[in-house]
Design a protein around this ligand. Structure first.
Ligand code: SF4
Length: 754
């Protein structure tokens, strides 16, 4: 079943030679792959000037939009207000986030279809109306479905999910954005991004033993940390890169989100061609072969990367040892040989309770076969998994093929439970028995994120991230101190047995197969399709435009919360049980910042209401300020808003009357999301000024009447003792973004155009 748009790909490839040539002349030196793709997707058409990396804002024309169900609701509610009859570029919706893992695939999917009927019906009808491809619940996880069906070398895509860069495994510039950005592109507008800087990761050698593609990105995350990729595209080059499978490349690009990278990508090679052919896209491979030099960096960039990339990292794959990252942050990388010692030294719970494989990061056929090769050995050597063991296939195509090839039976033979083709535990959709007790425990996953509470809501769950084969080996051992590369296990007969390194099969020898992929093609003419949103629904709510700026400086603002330490989008707008309200702005606003730690008392969800002097939950206190007509600010630390692309984290404070978010630094997607919603996203010019903010302060924000690109604003903090501090605030608003602030939101401007 061909669902991709071949004509669109042909037109991208037809214009690439001319545009790349023009870019080469303008830039005046050999081009990296990222530059070739970016300069081929300029909104203005053929490039006329060179853009400065890390400085210039550039308008792009992406080829596609992908949305997952949790973010699509708000993206499409916004799109509905634009008055457009149809989406302007090929777009898809994927129902993957709202399925809770409890018993197993079949039952969990049935429950999800009943519980989320209203939302699925909304997404299905809105997709049908506006010409959007719709992937039903159970069809698979957005990024796996995209790489199997839509990603193409040299393309550019945005997606309302932070792991959209997964498509970089097929040589696509794929970037995670908020729903408002998706709404712009679907409305036929340009999409703006600051020209990213470039990190070149040169891979030499060849993976061996237990090491896998996952370990490449676990190592990169360890070196660069969760902030190290911010503002960069990470381009993988060298012979080692060409040796990795397309889906292995996808794993690496996927987890580039964990270092804050704008996206990651690999150059087109025969591994990508093989994957395209195996997934029914031989025509795309043949088109790509016709312009293959344009789909790779110029050779000079590979030979002398330090001249063409802003930063260069080298990794010798032959020497790469498997990594285990965590707990609580994905950049704490431990080589396998040192992990057991770290577990003991840090007193992390040694007993492993659950091993979970799959997710969008690691659920390819190759991943499944590598993990199954470990499970098969365990079964043959008479060892059952000591820990619980779950498997989430990335798509129905992978699941069906894995079932046909006996892979799922192999997992079952050691006690594995196959969950629905969905996000499940990766996004807190896990009805984990006993998690509510809050006991200290350890789990290990082949997912990408491991922030506290993410998987099961228990802050004491120590979650570690590793490759599927390492997770499988650990689940079999039931211990975090097991090193499969050297340790033995005692089997049911009392014998000491050792696991051999994994053996995987890159592509299914019998080909991929699927009975019902779960795809709904949109109507050609959707004008007659009705989209119903009940006014009494607690899951969906039509949007009201945010109010325009009042035209004055802001005065008399109160402090809602000064968040201490890590404040991710999970802290700002929690997932798990709150996912069900992603289409209802007022209801989901009841989770505003409930996970953030208040600097004043070291506690989550307990802040002072300065009007009454009493302490209350963050959303309740903010609603009280709103009712009293008092604006507020939120203060945050470094990399505020890291993590997911969910724009709810920006819309909720806006909806409840917060006027500005003032932080030491922002994560990129969240900063853009705030700007789009008409919120002030500001940073302390001197990060030490964060310390000057006190619990009982009242604030003025000055300089708004002359708000201009590159001109700082001033925060006056009036302290309770009568003293005050004048604090310089920087911002990254350009002229059009200042227009969003003034109009009340970017959407208000789009709607005004129709
Ligand atoms: Fe789903 Fe997890 Fe992938 Fe996000 S990271 S798309 S929650 S599987």
């Amino acid at each position: 079943m061909a669902v991709f748009d071949l004509d669109m790909i042909k037109s991208v490839y037809a214009r690439m030679p001319e545009r790349v040539e023009a870019a080469r002349k303008i830039v005046g030196k050999p081009l990296t792959l990222a530059e070739k793709i970016l300069y081929s997707h300029l909104w203005e058409g053929a490039p006329e000037k060179a853009y400065n990396r890390g400085v210039d804002y550039v308008d792009f024309a992406p080829d596609r939009v992908a949305m997952q169900d949790a973010t699509a609701q708000m993206a499409l509610l916004q799109f509905m207000t634009t008055g457009r009859p149809k989406v302007a570029v090929p777009s898809t919706v994927h129902c993957d986030h709202l399925i809770q893992a409890k018993v197993g695939a079949v039952d969990d999917l049935k429950v999800a279809n009943e519980k989320n009927k209203e939302v699925y019906d909304f997404l299905s009808s809105v997709s049908n109306k506006y010409g959007i491809g719709f992937w039903k619940a159970g069809a698979g996880i957005i990024h796996q479905v995209v790489i199997e069906n839509y990603a193409f070398p040299g393309g550019m895509m945005i997606g309302t999910d932070s792991h959209t860069p997964n498509a970089g495994g097929l040589g696509m510039v794929a970037i995670g954005v908020g729903g408002a950005d998706a709404c712009d592109v679907m409305s036929g507008l340009a999409w703006e991004l600051k020209m990213p800087k470039l990190i070149g990761v040169k891979l030499t050698g060849k993976l061996k033993g237990w090491a896998s593609a996952k370990d490449v990105i676990l190592e990169v995350a360890g070196r660069l940390t969760v902030k190290g990729g911010t503002g960069y595209i990470v381009e993988y080059i060298g012979k080692g890169a060409d040796a990795l499978s397309a889906t292995g490349k996808g794993t690496i690009c996927n987890m580039g989100a964990e270092i804050g990278a704008t996206t990651s990508l690999f150059g087109y090679d025969r591994k990508m061609a093989a994957y395209l052919k195996a997934t029914g896209r031989a025509k795309v491979a043949s088109l790509a072969n016709g312009i293959k030099d344009l789909l790779r960096p110029d050779q000079e960039c590979i030979d002398n990367p330090e001249l063409y990339y802003d930063q260069v990292i080298e990794i010798n794959l032959s020497r790469l040892e498997p990594r285990i990252n965590g707990p609580f942050t994905p950049d704490l990388a431990w080589p396998l040989s040192k992990f057991a010692k770290a577990v003991k030294k840090n007193k992390w719970p040694e007993k492993l309770d659950v091993g979970l494989i799959g997710s969008c990061t690691n659920s390819s056929y190759e991943d499944m076969t590598r993990a199954a090769s470990i499970a098969a050995q365990a079964a043959a050597k008479h060892i059952a998994a000591k820990a619980e063991f779950t498997i989430t296939p990335g798509s129905e195509q992978v699941r069906y093929t894995a079932e046909r090839d006996g892979i799922l039976d192999t997992f079952s033979s050691i006690g594995g439970v196959v969950l629905a083709n969905a996000c499940g535990p990766c996004i807190g959709q896990w009805a984990r028995h006993g998690a509510e007790k809050g006991e200290r425990n350890s789990i290990i996953t082949s997912f990408n994120r491991n922030f506290a509470k993410r998987a099961d809501g228990n802050p004491n769950t120590h979650a570690f991230v590793a490759s599927p084969e390492i997770v499988t080996a650990f689940a079999i051992a039931g211990s975090l101190t097991f090193n499969p590369a050297k340790d033995t296990l005692t089997n049911e007969k009392g014998e000491q047995v050792k696991l051999d390194p994994p053996l995987g099969v890159e592509l299914p020898p019998l080909g991929f197969d699927v009975k019902d992929a779960g795809y709904q093609k949109p109507k050609k003419d959707g004008s007659g399709v009705k989209v119903a949103v009940s006014p009494t629904s607690d899951r969906l709510q039509l949007l009201e435009p945010f109010k325009a700026w009042e035209g004055t400086d802001l005065t008399g603002l109160k402090l809602l919360i000064k968040a201490k330490g890590k404040c991710t989008t999970d802290h700002i707008s929690m997932a798990g049980p709150w996912l069900k309200y992603r289409g209802h702005l007022d209801n989901i606003s009841n989770n505003l910042l409930i996970g953030a730690i208040n600097f004043a008392n070291g506690t989550a969800n307990k802040v002072k209401n300065q009007i009454t002097g009493e302490y209350g939950e963050v959303p309740a206190v903010q609603r009280a300020y709103k009712a009293a007509g008092v604006g507020t600010i939120v203060v945050g630390d470094e990399n505020y808003g890291e993590g997911s692309s969910r724009e709810h984290a920006a819309m909720e404070p806006r909806h409840l009357g917060v006027r500005a978010i003032v932080v030491r630094s922002f994560a990129r997607i969240h900063e853009t999301n705030l700007k789009k919603q008409g919120m002030l996203a500001l940073t302390f010019a001197d990060p030490a000024d964060y310390d000057k903010i006190q619990e009982n302060d009242t604030f003025d924000i000055l300089g708004l009447t002359t708000f201009a690109e590159g001109v700082p604003l001033t925060l006056v903090a009036h302290h309770a003792d009568g003293s005050k501090d004048e604090i310089k605030l920087n911002h990254t608003y350009n002229t059009s973004q200042i227009g969003w602030f003034k109009a009340g939101s970017a959407l208000n401007l789009i709607a005004a155009e129709v």
